[in-house]
Design a protein around this ligand. Sequence first.
Ligand SMILES: [Fe+2]
Length: 253
Amino acid sequence: MNSIKIKIINQLKDNYSFILYNDNKDASIIDPAESLPIIEYVNYNDLKIRDIFITHHHKDHTSGIEGIKKQFPEINIHSPSSHIKNTRFVLRNNDEIETQINSFKIISTPGHTLDHIIYLDNKNKILFCGDTLFRLGCGRIFEGTFDQMFSSLQKINNLDENLNIYCGHEYTINNLDFIENILNKKNLFTNVRQKVESDLKQNGKSIPFSLSDEKSYNLFLNQESNIGQLIKEELGLKNFDLFKYLREKKDNF
Ligand SMILES: [Fe+2]
């Protein structure tokens, strides 16, 4: 059986890139920020890089492309925009893409940037969501509107809750501190804090995480959870307003 393996590579201060590979050692890369650690891992493990997939145009998700392309000139770069240098294939909402390693469905999630896309692998139950969703948080709205970001998050909220999610940054503790602080309800998050702290202790990272956990605890993603209902009632807010309230507060946290 040709199973997929995912190597998480720490990049820059708190970024994550991913190397996906199979038993035949075909590999693809998601969001390379720094080429060197990726090339080292690829060479050490004798992998053959076929493709690079990009979630959005920000430098900390794309600046590794050039160095990798130099080493492996044959690779294909897939991205949401022809403005991203070296892009060979521009991906759009609902595109489906099959490679030796991946079987991705593309979902457009504007908000953090207008070009943002995420990569859903339904067969392996994994989602690479860049800077749209973080564990217990979501991306800052740089280019889109609150409405766009809200509906992008709703697209994720409606996916199969058995998904394992790989996001673009390690922001979880900060997100947890924020939500406890802003709602002044530490006790609601005791379980998730225990889980997060144990993940960090064991693996040095809090990813991947499950969509079903996020649906319970991430109020940017799901306002219909038990916690969401409680908070909405207390603050007198509807779903979208709770999202907007939290996102605005988080920008200044
Ligand atoms: Fe970003």
